[in-house]
Design a protein around this ligand. Sequence first.
Ligand code: ME8
Length: 503
Amino acid sequence: MPKFYITTPIYYVNDKPHIGHAYTTIAADVLARYHRLAGDEVYFLTGTDEHGSKIAEAAQAAGKSPKEFCDENAAKFQMLWDRLDISHNQFIRTTDELHIKGVEKFLGRLKEAGAIYDGEYEGLYCQGCERFLTEKELVNGKCPDHLTAPQLIKEKNYFFKLKEYLSKVAKLIDEGKIKIMPESRRSEVLGLIKQGLDDFSVSRESVKWGIELPFDRKQVAYVWVDALINYISALGYDEDGEKFKKFWPADIHLMAKDIIKFHALYWPAMLIAAGLPAPKVVFAHGFFTVDGQKMSKSLGNTIDPDALIDSFGAEAIRYLLLSQFPFGQDGDIKAGNFSIQYNADLANGVGNFTSRVLSMAEKYLSASGGGGVVPEKDYTFSDEVAGIWRQYKEAMDRFQIDAAIEMIKKLNGFGDGYVERQKPWELAKTDPEELKKVIYNLLEIARHLAIMLYPIMPETAERILSFLGQSDWKNRKLAELKDWGGLEPGTKVEKGANLFPRI
Ligand code: ME8
């Protein structure tokens, strides 16, 4: 059975989650669910990044110990992922014992390999970014992302020999062994390599809230190095361990473009130095603004995912967030238009189509004891629907979630058009045999629509499939589910409840 190991960034717990975090995690969930449906053995990892000065100071400001503060905020992420029906296999916290052991082992390995040396460091540190900035990156003396002046720091640090390993990383990228996606990000990363990068520090002397280096207990691991190692510590980081052997290397590290340098350059370089394979794909999606503005606390336009779920429901939010703009590009979340889009795509789209089709089945082909009955199979649309499936699959395989959503809309529109052309309510009076064919086709389209919807709106898909009398679909693979004719004649169907009441 093919395996598919997918990760999200582990998010900082200096605050509760916002919709940027939700966006990446929902996208990862869609890909994880799609691969499970396709029959792959999926391992889906997410979690929280809990060490470093940013977290320690936020905890202090809240009057709590770092661990107590992290426990509270990590729980907020876990609660949100529950509400959003995120199907991760593991939620890793960098304060977990398993992770700490992994970091110690990995850094020990780098030291043994001669990839780490000690030196003095002086630089401008931005706490918001948790990294050193160069003079060139500053705008009016400030970090362009956090609009704060970096601190001048001088201390003893351990360094990783990035320069020594960079050409090896470049070769893997060139050969397509590490795929940087989308293409624009690949060029950006290759540009960074060309420009040349300095060795980076892997430890901090003045920071206390972190994982002590196994070879120098006076230093803690630099928070980014600590964080990146989560992708292997989660699997137990043991070359002979079952889980590690099965799932490493990652099939895809998913994130936004803000942290691509760490994932596409630093991380593969460290892995090469430690003698481990690099991730297969590093996919960096775009950054979004909200109603045209950069999200920030000071502008007061951060959107609370919980409030969105309260208004629209988790299923709709999963759909609405991912259908705003092409996955991979920068875009704008038009939260002000969510109700319009909800009504158009969900209430009048999927919701209306399935309820119309099921009502007609119940009305015109009623079963004894209520509900409707699936009539004899008809194969009129097997080619058309197979074509839509091909495009859907191609889109998902390229991580183009928005393009897969377009295929759902296409199938939905195809079904609506068929109802309008056939007018089953007239056939009911004039041609009962033709009516049966039409109802079969409509019910079968609804089944395909539900399967396509599953990665994006899992609960909605399950409800539609249960209205269609399908109970064992989860035991079957996509290759079979996407064949035309899956609905068996005689199956009882029911109208069910309204999936998306209009707002
Ligand atoms: O960087 N648009 O954590 P973080 C799209 N702990 N995605 C967004 C977004 C936006 N406006 N804002 C945030 C860290 N994101 C480190 C990661 S991994 C080893 C360590 C999402 O809490 C996006 O996935 O700052 C981005 O990469 C991530 O949140 C940054 O989360």
